[in-house]
Design a protein around this ligand. Sequence first.
Ligand SMILES: [Zn+2]
Length: 79
Amino acid sequence: MLVRCPTCGTHARIVASDQLTNNTRMAYCQCKNINCSTTFSIVIEVHKVIRSPLQGSTPPTHQPELMGNPNQTDMFSEL
Ligand SMILES: [Zn+2]
């Protein structure tokens, strides 16, 4: 997930997050620009479910190829 600093527009990294509701998470971000280093928070929310699994199908699971990538940040995992 790409987050840009609201002060300088440089990429920011998510350093921590808290689950607020089943569909909402607060993420705390820090700008990667060493001359800026703004810290800020964002809210990540499920806006709309576009497609649900078909009735009678097996429940969805995590995609294994995404879970093992150390560069992938799981926004919804417990910290
Ligand atoms: Zn910045």
